[in-house]
Design a protein around this ligand. Structure first.
Ligand code: GLN
Length: 192
């Protein structure tokens, strides 16, 4: 199994390290050629405006959009979730826009309002998942084809799946818990 991690900007090295722990081939993707022959793609957290501008400069946006429409599994974390959403408040850049979710950027405040919390994610089993939120977005609305996978205690939606597209507002790549990445690999292999 060969998974690309968009390496324009942000926390791509951490995703690659987790994928290698799970013993799959993980490749940084910076150029169009890097999108060839992938079984799945991860778009990491970072700064969505910067990632979007770099993707545009390297002609990646249209290609990733087409690949998603043709069924390539894609997992977006934090800024990556913002870029997958089809409605985003206050993004001054072009998203990929393939998931039917409305996302609000920096929804919890500034960098200093970043936080960690235990999340109940039923698809990952009973054990709570460590949710690390860094200037995180939230999901304000989701279309009927979207399954919400995780909510904060106050009911805010923070992770979603639509077909083979997966998104979360937090950073599983900054934890030692491999379950969220394993869940994505299960989507890639058709087990989910
Ligand atoms: N605040 C960032 C943005 O809007 C996302 C933060 C993150 O990816 N940790 O792009």
């Amino acid at each position: 199994m060969r998974i690309g991690v968009l390496a324009s900007q942000g926390a791509f090295a951490e995703h690659i390290a987790i994928l290698r722990q799970l013993e799959v081939e993980a490749l940084p993707v910076r150029l169009l050629q890097g999108l060839r022959g992938l079984d799945g793609l991860i778009i990491p957290g970072g700064e969505s405006t910067s990632i979007s501008r770099l993707m545009l400069a390297y002609n990646l946006v249209t290609e990733i959009r087409e690949l998603a429409k043709n069924g390539l599994p894609i997992f977006g974390t934090c800024a990556g979730m913002i870029l997958l959403a089809n409605k985003i408040s206050d993004l001054d850049a072009e998203p990929i826009g393939v998931m039917d979710i409305t996302v609000r950027r920096n929804a919890f405040g500034r960098q200093t309002d970043s936080f960690e919390t235990e999340l109940k994610i039923p698809v990952l089993g009973e054990k709570p998942f460590p949710g690390i939120f860094i200037r995180a977005p939230l999901i304000e609305q989701a279309g009927s084809e979207v399954e919400i996978l995780a909510r904060l205690a106050n009911g805010t939606d923070v992770a979603a799946k639509q077909g083979k597209l997966l998104a979360c507002a937090f950073h599983p790549e900054l934890t030692n818990d491999l379950r969220f990445h394993q869940y994505f690999l299960d989507i890639v292999s058709g087990r989910q």
